[in-house]
Design a protein around this ligand. Sequence first.
Ligand code: ADP
Ligand code: MG
Length: 318
Amino acid sequence: MMAVAEFDLIERIRARSTVRDDVLLGIGDDAALLRVPAGRDLAVSADTLNVGVHFAESASAADVGWKSLAVNLSDLAAMAAQPAWCTLALSMPSADERWLEDFIDGFLTLAKMHDIALVGGDTTCGPLSISVTVIGWVEPGKALRRDRARIGDDVWATGTLGDAAAALRLLNGGDEVPEALAQRLQRPSPRIGAGRKLLSLAHACIDLSDGLLADLGHICERSGVGAEIDLPALPASAALCAAFDEPGRWELQAGGGDDYELCFTAAAAVRDEIIHALREIDVPGARIGRITSGSGVTALDWKGNAWPMSRRGYQHFS
Ligand code: ADP
Ligand code: MG
């Protein structure tokens, strides 16, 4: 469909995409041919970004390109998988070359940083929507799943929490958004290296897209356990602290989405190993709570009393 323009656009994308030795055949045929490393399990994940839902019409095309790949890589990171390839299904209202160039800029900048090859996709005319599939591999039986948390585990988070939600709150309120916070909303860093380091250390893992309470809630549900979160222990960036005081920022850190950090559980016996492993790749890690018997996530204040939280994460169709 879209005859000439479609092939033109695809050719622009092809000309700029990364090459890898394990891509036997990339963009241009009816399917890509990929060589999976011997003895590895494939990890596959897809995510769609729709205009007006996941990003504003006014968002920079380069940021949208970056983020559409970042949120997908984050899912593979949460499985401790090594991403290698991706596909891009693009629906656009018109063959807007300027927009596409900028979009591809953002997308491929992140792809190159992690040596991900764009190996195929689809280009159609319709409402602006971006659907990315990422494919990677993981050592057999080693993937980090949501259903493996154990009672007594520590709960950890990488990086800092609440920055993206803070940026969004300021933006929606018409306030100036500090660059450090805006960056976290527009260009999240998928924690691929951290996921790989946690391969044999963590029990359960999830990436934080909908908010800590909601996402840790998924681990609890799937693992048949409960969790307690110490709100004052949630890692906060200097920019967040400057813009929001405690306890006000707790809602952003525990309830806000779009962090794309990893939340994982691990035995207390490997605390030092985790700190060491994350330090090696310069990723901060904070112990933020514990897995308990029972169900659901309870947030605790300075005194260890339950703290009522008003936001429980983003949900489509509600
Ligand atoms: P087909 O009609 O066989 O599905 P297409 O004309 O849709 O093929 O696509 C031609 C080639 O370009 C295919 O290899 C496809 O994977 C690739 N492709 C199409 N759109 C994109 C895109 N947005 N990004 C990357 N590759 C794409
Ligand atoms: Mg097609």
